[in-house]
Design a protein around this ligand. Structure first.
Ligand SMILES: [Zn+2]
Length: 329
């Protein structure tokens, strides 16, 4: 930012109130950070916000956006600090509560997430995101009550014990698993790259199994064991805290067939659908389709119960891979 602007003696006014030149510059940088955040140009947004917070640390929105961008960059500890700062300075900033709840959620701090979201609902009952957050809270409470999140060793080398009898298995005679990818064309917000990411996610699990499982692509849903499709409507999902839904049908021998549905729109506006996040969702849902019925308590796992605020590319954890090999050995 060069200082070719007006001379220092001039006075800036914001809503009729005089403000310092620093405040004016910081507010301008804050505004510029918004489209950058929305288009996921996080590093550029962070640079602007860092300068803004040096110029005018008294603007709560700067700390809120800093928190969001740091969370997207996976810098969770710093993100928490900024969001706590924003919340203390301006508790009526709704976005702060949502981001903070999401951050707790993605770190596995479920009770903190539930408390933060609940406080949001109390403060902003008619907010446009209130219904979604309420579903999210219901989903999280269900996870806690269902026992998926138990006091287990989150660092055990596999999580089959942790998931218990929610785990199912495709029997050997079902290999290769026939999979049909329904075209996403016509589904609002669908992009062709999403299809590629989904297919890559299937291949990632297949490769990790070292031959124990295999997939074969078929050209009609009638021939398929697994049918994958896209939707922009999460209201059809039974658990609205997830950006996808997998349903499996099993008999005594194991899994017979299943469906995987992936959301083309963000669960929350704060977490736009990016390639990194979509890959995380696809890996997670395909994990469910392979028989992992529950969720783990280790945020490194693809089968961790929550979507990450971080927008970093995620791969299968060693525990994901070990669990798959254990299940299909
Ligand atoms: Zn799940």
């Amino acid at each position: 930012m060069t200082s070719a602007g007006p001379a220092l003696a001039e006075t800036y006014y914001l809503d009729g109130k005089p403000i310092s030149q620093n405040y004016y510059q910081a507010a301008k940088l804050l505004n510029e950070s918004v489209p950058l955040l929305q288009s996921n140009r996080n590093q550029e947004a962070l640079e602007k916000l860092t300068t803004a917070s040096q110029l005018a640390p008294e603007i709560p929105e700067v700390h809120n956006n800093m928190g969001l961008v740091l969370a997207k960059l996976g810098r969770n500890a710093e993100a928490l600090q900024e969001l706590e700062k924003a919340k203390a300075m301006k508790p009526d900033l709704a976005a702060t509560w949502v981001t903070l709840g999401g951050l707790y959620q993605s770190q596995g701090r479920i009770q903190d997430a539930i408390a933060t979201y609940s406080e949001f609902l109390k403060r902003f009952p008619s907010h446009s995101e209130a219904n979604k957050i309420q579903s999210l809270v219901n989903g999280l409470k269900r996870e806690v009550n269902s026992g998926f999140i138990r006091k287990v060793d989150p660092n055990a080398t596999d999580y089959l014990g942790e998931l218990g009898n929610s785990v199912k298995r495709w029997p050997p005679e079902k290999m290769p698993i026939k999979i049909y990818f329904k075209s996403g064309h016509g589904v609002p917000a669908f992009k062709p790259i999403y299809q590629q990411i989904l297919e890559e996610s299937v291949a990632t699990w297949e490769q990790a199994s070292q031959g124990a499982i295999s997939f074969q692509r078929v050209d009609s849903p009638q021939k398929a064991d697994i049918v994958c499709s896209w939707t922009n409507d999460p209201s059809t999902f039974s658990n609205r805290a997830e950006a996808g839904e997998t349903i499996l049908y099993a008999n005594q021998k194991g899994v017979v067939k299943g469906t995987v549905t992936i959301l083309t729109v963000p669960l929350m506006v704060e977490l736009p659908v990016t390639e990194a996040r979509l890959r995380q969702i696809c890996l997670h849902e395909i994990g469910h389709a392979l028989g992992f019925g529950g969720h783990t308590s280790n945020p490194d796992d693809v089968m961790f119960y929550s979507l990450q605020v971080s927008d970093q590319i995620k791969n299968l954890s060693a525990r994901d891979i070990n669990s798959l090999r254990q299940l299909y050995k």
